[in-house]
Write a protein that binds this ligand. Sequence first.
Ligand code: CTP
Length: 405
Amino acid sequence: MTNLKDKRILLGVTGSIAAYKAADLASRLTQGGAHVDVILTRAAEGFISPLSFQSLTGKKAFTDKELWGGEAHVLHVGLGHTADLLLIAPCTANTLAKLAQGQANDLLSITALAAQCPTMVAPAMDVGMYEHPATQENVRILQERDVYFAGPGEGRMASGLVGKGRMVEPAELIGHIRCVLGIGGKLAGKKIVITAGGTQEPIDPVRFITNRSSGKQGYALAQAAVDAGAEVTLISTPTALLPPIGARLVLARTAQDVLEAVLAASTGADALIMAAAVADFRPTKVAGKKLKKRDGIPQITLEAAPDVLKKVASLKADAERPRVVVGFAAESRDLLKNASEKLSSKKLDLIVANDISAEDAGFDLDDNRVILLFADGKQEKLSLRSKFEVAEIILSQIEILLENT
Ligand code: CTP
């Protein structure tokens, strides 16, 4: 389960055509295990009904009718005090202005003033409105007050204009929410470096040697680390995956690029997780021009690519080497024997071994079946589970290892 589980999210919806996206967002948050209370402004009710939200969250959606009801005080104070996050999405220029000025003339703005949790806004307005000096001043005031801004994104507006002002898509908003909910989590203050994907060793300008790694396990590790509040550097080969919001992405193509990026990020890091499938061999020479058929079948000779973990093992323990180093072992035979050898030869604290011959787990799939082997000889066999769940378990083990180093 992600860090949305059992969190109380107060979702304010204001009067924008993007209000329909808030329904998708409420649904995703609820499916993620969050408890979502929705407050609609009067203008929002013109775009979407409270019933839509009620149906998606299983909870009563509040409107200004409740503000003038008998429980008004209890309601706004209660909602504002028990929430883990107040998220206003979409947030109009008018609501931004009200928040900046501390106005309190409807249920949402009153609740925002009473709220004791972090506030995040996802602005949605036309280009000119967002760029107007008055709105920009309000943005600045709110940012100074530590209000988180998710977007706005660029694109085509309902008016037909193109520019900045679109509400960010719900999937991306979930990333921002997870990042903010992670603050103060169990890995808060920890610097974690994660590598992901299969390296690409060029033959010529259009061809390269690569492998079947999709990067999914590494990206799941990065998201789980952000969820837990860590400061994450994700060193990734080119993949089709979206990096988690909150992680610092460093693109690396070859084994040499990964090596350089890992060495640069390792100083002062608490943990390094080498989930990338780094090439063992690379072409000795890279042709400067595309190899042509008419020139015959090329003879490609290979040389050893740098072994990143071996280099990390040789770093000075206190200053340059991350306190905890975790490797992966993808094996098609003698899983435990080969993984144990890598554990000791690469001086790892933990190695995550997986049998790549299994058809239901591993390369490019969403699930993984792994065995954890620790430097002290302890072993833990995990049943088939999602790569995200595997990531959460690895990070819990890293947390324990960090406590003991
Ligand atoms: N690794 C590395 N540099 C390499 C190759 C691998 O740092 N050039 C890391 C991987 O990221 C992984 C671990 O070493 O965490 C084991 O990788 P794996 O490919 O299973 O083992 P190799 O050491 O490459 O040995 P072999 O391919 O012969 O099994």
